[in-house]
Design a protein around this ligand. Sequence first.
Ligand code: 5RP
Length: 232
Amino acid sequence: MLTQDELKRNVAAAAAEYALTRLKADSVLGVGTGSTVDCFIDAIAAHRQRFRAAVSSSERSTRRLADHGIAVLDLNEVADMPIYVDGADEIDLGLCMIKGGGGALTREKIVASVARRFICIVDESKVVERLGAFPLPVEVIPMAREAVARKLRSLGGRPALRQGFVTDNGCEILDVSGLEIAEPAGLEARINDIPGVVSCGLFAISGADLALVSSQKGVRHLERPEGAAGDI
Ligand code: 5RP
């Protein structure tokens, strides 16, 4: 029986192979955040000469990349990024995700938006039929926290401030439980529209293009069905 850490290392190794066979010597790789991504960074480290550099979605990943001697570029210097690799807290079969358990959702969404292909790496426990058992992280400007919380309550959610946590952008996170997420892209757009919201952890308007899913049986590929994400 493989442990969850072993499942993470397996999917990270599969993602490293997937990425490295597609990157060229001048390619820039987008790198997400989290414990699964930590394994991915470790897996690509020995092959850092096969691509030019990385763009990171958090201070945490930047430190790990730099510790491995992988060059990290500012996103403002990068116009083309073939691949972005990141984990998720939940992913559905349309490859819509909840992200932000590690609090890096905004930078993740920004870096992912520049990439041509989003590769999500998860173990089987993250695959769900409907998103929403995992509380939805919403990054907020601190002065707007209570105003945003009231709007989230009116959408049926129960927001809770992530105590003692400040994002890389100097903001706060509300973790919202109890939301009915029947239409992920529509809800993402509604929450994004609340003044004071920096970004929300729904990645549905633009979901993943491919998920690598690690289980006891190995790593399988889940492709996004045509038209599944981004339909508001
Ligand atoms: C960080 C994230 C992570 O991708 C998500 O929390 C999954 O993390 P892990 O691989 O540690 O389970 O969105 O903001």
